[in-house]
Design a protein around this ligand. Structure first.
Ligand code: NAD
Length: 350
C-alpha cells in the first residue's frame, strides 16, 4: 500500500502565458494585486503590471534568497497599506519564497509565475532566515493556488543560473527515489524529470534560447517540485540547507556542487534507486553519471569556489550530523566530513 496526496494547484503551461495573468487574478475574484518581482525581471514585470491595469495595487522587488523575515515584514507593510487581496510572484525560488511567507501570515491567495527551475511553487515547504538561522516548515497554508509557467520567461535566464537551478531540480528527483516515503507515482515524476534534465541541461549550454530544451527543463522543474513537495528528502538537502543557512552559500550553486558526493555517499544504501537513476541518465553509475554531467557544464564545481573556508568543513559536518534524520545510509560525522572534503576540492567522488 502507498498513499499520495496531490496538492490542489491550478497549473497553466505554455509560451506567452503571462498574458493570461489578469484573467487568473479575476478567476480568484481578486481586485488588488501585490506584484512581487526583481530588478533582473523588470521588463516582463512591467508588462505584467501594465496588463493588470487597475487590478495592480502595489509592487515589491526586494525578495532575497532564503526568505529573510525582515524583508517579509517590509512586504507585509505594503500589503496592509494597499489593501492587497492577492499576491502575484514573478521570479525564482526567492520571489516564490516571499509570496509563501506572506501567504503564511495573511492567507492571501498566491499566483506564481516561476522563472527558474527551483520548483518551490509545487511545494508546501517554506524556509525562512532570521538572525543567521534558517528554519523550514511544511504547511498547506503556503501552497500557491495558481502556477503559470511561461517558457518565454525562462529564455533570458542566464546560463549559469539555468544550469544550477536545473541541478537543484535534479536533486529533488534523485532524493525522491530513495526517500522513505517513495512511491510508484512520485518515482515516475522523478525518473521523467531526470531524463528530461539530463538532455536539456547540455542543450541549454549549446543554445540558451532553444525553446524545446527550455520547455523540457521547465516541465522537469514542475515534476521535480512535485517530488520535493510529496516525499521527504535526505542527506543532500540537509547538507545544502546547512551550507546555505549557516555559511551563506548560494542555494542553487551549492546543490550543484554537493549532489554527486551525497549520491556517492548514499549509493550503498540505495542500490535499486541508484540503478534506476543511472538508467534514466544513460550512464553506467548514478553518482559519477551526475558528476560527469555537471563536470561538462560551465558552473562552479567545488565548495572552495563557492567561498566556503577550508576551516568550516569540519563545522559544517558537525552541524549536518547533529540531529538524526531519515537517510538510506547511516550518517556518521566522519563520513559526512570526508564527503564535504571531496566536495570542497571538487575531485571525482570516491
Ligand atoms: P533566485 O530566485 O534567488 O534567483 C536567482 C537570481 O536569478 C536572482 O537574481 C533573480 O532575480 C534572477 N532571475 C530569476 N529568474 C530570472 C530570469 N528568468 N531571467 C533573469 N534573471 C532571473 O534563485 P532560485 O535558485 O530560483 O531560488 C533559490 C531560493 O529558493 C532559495 O531561497 C531556496 O531556499 C528557495 N527554494 C525553496 C524551495 C521550497 O520548496 N521551499 C525549493 C527550491 C528552492
Amino acid at each position: 500500500m502507498f498513499s499520495y496526496t496531490a496538492n490542489p494547484a491550478r497549473v497553466v503551461f505554455d509560451g506567452g502565458t503571462v498574458a493570461a495573468l489578469p484573467n487568473e487574478v479575476r478567476r480568484l475574484g481578486a481586485k488588488a494585486v501585490l506584484l512581487l518581482g526583481s530588478p533582473a525581471l523588470k521588463e516582463p514585470a512591467d508588462r505584467v503590471a501594465e496588463a493588470l491595469g487597475s487590478l495592480l495595487a502595489a509592487r515589491f522587488d526586494d525578495a532575497a534568497e532564503h526568505t529573510p523575515v525582515e524583508v517579509t515584514e517590509r512586504a507585509l507593510e505594503v500589503v496592509a497599506r494597499h489593501g492587497v487581496d492577492c499576491v502575484l510572484a514573478l521570479g525564482g525560488g526567492s520571489t516564490t519564497g516571499l509570496a509563501k511567507a506572506l501567504a503564511l501570515r495573511t492567507d492571501l491567495p498566491q499566483i506564481i509565475a516561476p522563472t527558474t527551475y527551483a520548483g518551490s511553487e509545487m511545494t508546501p515547504v517554506l524556509g525562512e532566515t532570521a538572525e543567521g538561522h534558517k528554519s523550514t516548515q511544511t504547511t498547506p497554508k503556503v501552497l500557491p493556488e495558481v502556477v503559470v509557467y511561461d517558457v518565454d520567461l525562462t529564455l533570458g535566464l542566464p546560463v549559469e543560473i539555468s544550469l544550477t537551478s536545473g541541478v537543484n531540480a535534479l536533486a529533488h528527483a534523485v532524493e525522491a527515489l530513495y526517500s522513505p516515503d517513495a512511491n510508484p507515482i512520485v518515482d515516475r515524476f522523478a525518473l521523467d524529470a531526470i531524463r528530461l534534465l539530463a538532455a536539456a541541461l547540455p542543450g541549454l549550454v549549446a543554445d540558451p534560447h532553444d525553446v524545446a530544451a527550455r520547455s523540457d527543463a521547465l516541465q522537469a522543474a514542475w515534476l521535480a517540485g512535485l517530488c520535493l513537495g510529496s516525499v521527504g528528502m535526505g542527506l543532500h538537502h540537509k547538507l545544502c540547507h546547512t551550507l546555505g543557512g549557516s555559511f551563506g552559500l548560494p542555494h542553487a550553486q551549492t546543490h550543484t556542487v554537493v549532489l554527486p558526493y551525497a549520491m556517492a555517499y548514499n549509493a550503498s544504501g540505495a542500490p535499486e534507486a541508484m540503478r534506476r537513476i543511472a538508467e534514466a541518465l544513460g550512464a553506467p553509475d548514478a553518482a559519477t553519471g551526475v558528476y560527469d554531467l555537471i563536470a561538462g557544464l560551465p558552473v562552479p564545481h567545488s565548495l572552495a569556489e563557492l567561498g566556503l573556508a577550508g576551516s568550516d568543513v569540519a563545522k559544517a559536518a558537525e552541524i549536518a550530523s547533529a540531529k538524526p534524520y531519515p537517510n538510506p545510509r547511516e550518517l556518521t560525522r566522519d563520513g559526512i566530513e570526508s564527503l564535504l572534503r571531496q566536495a570542497y576540492a571538487g575531485t571525482r567522488p570516491a
